[in-house]
Design a protein around this ligand. Structure first.
Ligand SMILES: [Zn+2]
Length: 509
C-alpha cells in the first residue's frame, strides 16, 4: 500500500507530462469530415483488414475495452498486427505505444490507419463471455466493434462515423446503424454508437419485429429460425411491460438482437444491440434460461443504457434491479409460474451467500461493481436481493401506494437522457421526495454493507419464509402471512394476463 502511495504522485506527474507535451503546440480545428472505416473480412484466413481515416482531437489513438485475458496480456489489442499510422500528408508516423491499446499522437489532426486483426477471439476466454467480444458461428462472425476499431481515445470524438464492410460472396452485414449509400455501408451517430454495439456479418436468418413499439432486427443462427414466434412473443410482451413500468420507450428506437448457439448461455447488452448465446434448442423447457437472458438484456435498453449510473458503484443497481424486475415481469406475463419465481429468488440469495462465504469477498456491494466479472455472484445476487428489499420497503412504507416500478419511473423521467447520469444520492432523493420513503436504512444494510444481506424482513413483507443452512436456501409461502403481504406478493409476482386458451388459433365458428 505504501509503495502505491509513494508511486502515485510520480504516475500523476508522468500522466500530466504526456498530456501537456502537446498542449503548447497550435492545434488544428476539426476538418469537418466524417470518420471513415473500411473493414474487409477474410474468413478463410481468419483476419480482418481495417483501413480508417479519423479525426483525433486528444493525444490518444486508442482501442477501447482492452483488458488482459489468459494468453493475451493486452487483450484484444494483442490481436492487432501491422499497424501503420499516417498523417494528412501521407507521411508515416511512429506513435509511441503507451500500453493497453493506447498510442500517443499529436492532437488535432486527421490520421489514416491501416492494420489487420487476427480473428482468433474464439481461442481465448473472455471475462464477460465471447458474445461480448467476437466469435465465429456456423453462419458468420459477430463483433463488438470495439474489438476491431481504433478511435480517438479522448473524452469525445468529433464527427459522424461511417463504416463499410467488404464481405465474402453472399454475406450480409446486420448492424444497429442507419444504412448509408453503398453496399454494406452504415452511418453511426457517434463513437459510442459505433464501438459500443455488436454487428453480425454472414448468412444468418434475419427478420424485423415490432416489440412494444420498438423495432428489433432479429438475427438468428440456423438452429433458432423456427423459434422466431417464441422470441417475438417474449420480446413483445416484455417490451410493452417495460415501457409501462418505466413510463416511456428506451432512448433508441431501433435495435439489433443477435442470437446464436453457444456452449454457455449468456448475453450482453450494448447501446442499440444485444448479443445472446443459447445452449441447445430455444424450447419451452429451456426458456427459464434463454427467456430470462433475453428478457434481462432487453430490460437493459431501459435500465443500463437509457438510465446510466455515474460510475461502477451502482453496477448492483444496473444488474440487480434489472434481474429482480426481469423475474417480476416474466411472472406477470405468465412466463414464470410461482415455483420458478421462488427458485430465482433463492438463487440470488444463494449467490450473495456464496460470494461472502466461499469466495470470501469482503467489500461492500457497491464496491463490488469495480470488478464486475470477478464479483458477479455478489453484484447480481446482492443486487437482486437489494431490489427485493427496496421494493418491499417502498410498498410497506407507502401503504402499497408505491413500489419499485414507481421509483424506476421517477428515475427514468429525470435521467433517461443521453447526457444524464444518476448516483445513489439521486435514488434516495427521488424516493424521499416523490414516494415519501427514506431508503437510507435499507441501503445501509444492503448496498452499503459488506455482510451477507438479511432479506428476511423483505421476504416477510411479501408473505414469504426462508429456511436456510449455509448456502442452502428454501423459500415458501408463509401460511401465517397477513392479507396485505399476500396481496403484495400477487401485485408483483402473479400473472396479470390470462393464459391464452390452447385452441386460440383455431378458426372462429
Ligand atoms: Zn445485465
Amino acid at each position: 500500500m505504501r509503495r502505491v502511495l509513494l508511486l502515485l504522485p510520480l504516475l500523476l506527474l508522468a500522466a500530466a507530462a504526456y498530456h501537456y507535451r502537446y498542449q503548447w503546440l497550435p492545434r488544428a480545428a476539426y476538418d469537418g469530415q466524417p470518420n471513415r472505416y473500411r473493414v474487409a473480412i477474410d474468413d478463410a484466413q481468419r483476419r480482418a483488414w481495417v483501413e480508417a481515416s479519423i479525426w483525433v482531437d486528444s493525444t490518444y489513438l486508442s482501442m477501447f475495452d482492452v483488458q488482459a485475458v489468459p494468453g493475451l496480456p493486452e487483450g484484444i489489442a494483442d490481436l492487432v498486427e501491422d499497424l501503420q499510422v499516417r498523417d494528412a500528408e501521407g507521411d508515416l508516423l511512429s506513435p509511441r505505444y503507451l500500453g493497453v491499446g493506447d498510442y500517443e499522437v499529436r492532437p488535432g489532426q486527421r490520421l489514416s490507419l491501416s492494420y489487420s486483426v487476427r480473428l482468433e477471439h474464439d481461442d481465448f476466454t473472455w471475462p464477460a463471455g465471447k458474445e461480448e467480444v467476437a466469435y465465429r458461428s456456423a453462419d458468420g462472425w459477430l463483433f463488438k466493434l470495439s474489438s476491431l476499431l481504433f478511435a480517438d481515445g479522448g473524452p469525445a470524438m468529433q464527427g459522424p462515423m461511417e463504416i463499410r464492410f467488404e464481405l465474402p460472396e453472399g454475406w450480409q452485414a446486420y448492424t444497429p446503424w442507419q444504412r448509408a449509400a453503398g453496399e454494406h455501408s452504415f452511418l453511426a451517430a457517434n463513437r459510442r454508437e459505433l464501438l459500443n454495439n455488436v454487428a453480425f456479418v454472414g448468412r444468418a436468418h434475419a427478420e424485423t419485429i415490432q416489440a412494444g413499439g420498438v423495432e428489433i432486427s432479429l438475427v438468428l443462427g440456423s438452429r433458432y429460425r423456427d423459434a422466431v414466434p417464441q422470441f417475438r412473443d417474449l420480446l413483445d410482451r416484455q417490451a410493452r411491460t417495460y415501457a409501462d413500468l418505466f413510463g416511456g420507450q428506451p432512448l433508441a428506437t431501433r435495435y439489433l438482437v443477435v442470437v446464436n448457439e453457444g456452449e454457455i448461455g449468456d448475453g450482453g447488452a450494448f447501446s442499440n444491440s444485444f448479443s445472446q448465446l443459447i445452449v441447445g434448442d430455444a424450447d419451452d423447457a429451456g426458456r427459464v434460461v434463454w427467456g430470462h437472458t433475453m428478457a434481462h438484456e432487453l430490460l437493459h435498453f431501459w435500465n443500463g443504457l437509457s438510465l446510466v449510473p455515474a460510475d461502477a458503484r451502482e453496477e448492483w443497481f444496473k444488474e440487480g434491479i434489472t434481474d429482480y424486475l426481469t423475474i417480476a415481469t416474466l411472472a406477470q406475463n405468465g412466463f414464470y409460474p410461482e415455483a420458478l419465481v421462488l427458485k430465482r429468488l433463492e438463487l440470488h440469495q444463494q449467490r450473495q451467500v456464496l460470494a461472502r462465504l466461499l469466495q470470501r469477498l469482503d467489500m461492500s456491494l457497491r464496491e463490488s461493481g469495480q470488478e464486475k466479472a470477478a464479483n458477479r455472484l455478489l453484484v447480481y445476487g446482492g443486487g437482486a436481493i437489494t431490489g427485493l428489499m427496496i421494493d418491499a420497503e417502498l410498498r410497506s412504507r407507502s401503504g402499497d401506494r408505491f413500489g419499485l416500478p414507481d421509483l424506476m419511473a421517477a428515475l427514468y423521467a429525470e435521467f433517461a437522457r443521453a447526457d444524464a447520469r444518476y448516483t445513489l444520492d439521486d435514488i434516495q432523493r427521488l424516493s424521499r421526495e416523490r414516494l415519501g420513503v427514506d431508503l437510507g436504512p435499507v441501503l445501509a444494510g444492503s448496498a452499503e454493507s459488506s455482510q451477507i444481506i438479511d432479506p428476511t424482513p423483505a421476504l416477510a413483507a411479501f408473505g414469504l419464509r426462508m429456511h436456510s443452512f449455509a448456502e442452502e436456501i428454501y423459500l415458501s409461502r408463509d401460511p401465517a402471512a397477513d392479507e396485505a403481504a399476500r396481496a403484495r406478493f400477487d401485485a408483483v409476482f402473479a400473472p396479470t394476463v390470462a393464459e391464452a386458451p390452447a385452441d386460440s388459433t383455431a378458426a372462429m365458428p
